[in-house]
Design a protein around this ligand. Structure first.
Ligand code: FAD
Length: 408
């Protein structure tokens, strides 16, 4: 095991990316000092288990995946409820809101993102974003006191909230500004299929409406007014309108940021000894040939594995096809690789089988498959991932055929 140089590693963010990186560093270096800093009050928990927790399908205990003791056993200095407010790359120091200052030899930014608030919500109670365990606990408690829920947004999170509210028996209305759920990833047919699935489970789905005002009484939400004059009563309002990466604290540090921290395929930033991983990284993706942002658990986990090794001196490119997989009531949806969300210039072919509620859309960039989305049957999925990884050439005229082949 490892060197004896006592290097100082500082990791900002203890999500799956930061915690996995800390574990990798410890495996490679027995004597390094590792500080893992988070503004949350918890050791690592499973963010993707929060929707099942909200649906009461898993317990809070199952959501927690790393105990404080786990960190102590590995001499990882976990610092809870501490916020990093700035970084000086010339002095190699990070500064905390509490006034603490930590020098580093190697720094990792793994700060993820935070959900965008709904404008016009006016500080009313019972209006929730959904990002943290504390959010899940608060939403769950409010579900018990509610009868009518609205959800605003067309993101995965808006869907997760819709499914949870409905599965816990609330009258649920799902309001979208655009024409469908995941409007760039799904086409019209895919969006209509998701609507049918939600409606089958009793959700009222409303498209092309924009929230003008959130109204309340006694400081609590009572209804959503849309710009076309409709009103939707609710005593619980869920919001899923995208995330903003937590990278503002790096402004002025010399670390290049755009929406996230810009990195190469080794997850190195432009500044020596500073890396980024997970949702916060806007990394160079060799499959599509430019920088992309991802917001998936798999991606953040695998980033953590790669970046931890690179922080101790390896040079491993991140070379993976991330997938996002979740339920759609009784069905499932899975998006993989690059989609128009991360890569607007891709072209697509689509297949739909109404009776089995199965749909797939594959995304191509030039003569290569780069990603896709599947609802329902997953036949051929490994083959698709393999084609992306192998960069198998696919002529434009062969795209439909490739899609058909993966279904047989
Ligand atoms: C409700 C929900 C459901 C999801 N479901 C799925 C799913 O089904 N499938 C899937 O693939 N993905 C899903 N995702 C996305 C997935 O959870 C994320 O992509 C993944 O957790 C990102 O991990 P991360 O380590 O990069 O960042 P995060 O998990 O966001 O961790 C970053 C941590 O850094 C902390 N932090 C931020 N700024 C600072 C600072 N300045 N100082 C100190 N600490 C800071 C944050 O509070 C946070 O604790 C879901 C996300 C949510 C919220």
């Amino acid at each position: 095991m490892g060197t004896l140089d006592g290097r100082r590693f500082v990791i900002v963010g203890n999500g799956i990316a930061g915690t996995t990186a800390a574990e990798q560093i410890r495996k490679a270096d027995a004597t390094a000092s590792i500080k893992l800093i988070t503004n949350e009050p918890y050791s690592l928990y499973n963010r993707i288990a929060l929707p099942p927790f909200l649906k009461q399908k898993v317990t809070q205990q199952k959501v927690m995946i790393r105990s404080v003791a786990w960190h102590q056993e590995r001499a990882i200095d976990l610092m809870l409820e501490e916020t990093v407010v700035s970084v000086c790359t010339s002095k190699q120091e990070v500064y905390l809101a509490s006034g603490k200052v930590f020098p580093y030899d190697v720094l990792l930014i793994a700060t993820g993102g935070r959900p965008n608030p709904l404008p016009n919500a006016g500080g009313l109670a019972n209006v929730f974003n959904f990002q943290t365990l504390d959010d899940a606990l608060a939403i769950s408690a409010q579900i018990e006191r509610s009868t009518h829920a609205c959800v605003v947004g067309a993101s995965y999170i808006s869907y997760e909230l819709t499914e949870a509210f409905r599965s816990r028996g609330l009258n649920t209305t799902w309001l979208m500004r655009g024409p469908r759920f995941l409007r760039r990833v799904l086409d019209e047919e895919g969006g209509a299929l998701v609507d049918r699935i939600a409606e089958k489970h009793g959700v009222r789905v409303v498209h092309n409406v924009e929230c003008a005002e959130v109204r309340g009484r006694d400081g609590k939400v009572t209804e959503v007014l849309t710009t076309d004059g409709q009103t939707f009563p609710c005593d619980l309002l869920g919001v899923g309108v995208g995330i903003t990466r937590n990278v503002e604290f790096l402004r002025g540090s010399g670390i290049q940021i755009n929406s996230g921290v810009i990195t190469d395929e080794y997850l190195r930033s432009n500044v020596p000894n500073v890396f980024a991983a997970g949702d916060a990284a806007e990394y160079y993706d060799p499959y599509v040939g430019h920088h992309i942002l991802m917001g998936t658990w798999d991606n953040a986990t695998n980033h953590g594995k790669v970046v931890g090794q690179n922080m101790v001196g390896a040079s491993i490119p991140y070379d993976d096809v991330p997938t996002y997989s979740t339920t759609l009531f009784h069905n499932r949806i899975m998006a993989f690789g690059a989609t128009p969300e991360s890569n607007p210039e891709v072209e697509s072919v689509t297949w739909l089988d109404e009776p089995s509620e199965s749909y797939r859309r594959l995304f191509f960039q030039g003569e290569r498959l780069v990603g896709g989305v599947i609802i329902g049957q997953r036949k051929g999925f490994p083959k698709l991932i393999d084609m992306i990884k192998q960069r198998t050439p696919v002529k434009k005229s062969e795209r439909e055929q490739v899609l058909a082949q993966t279904l047989t």
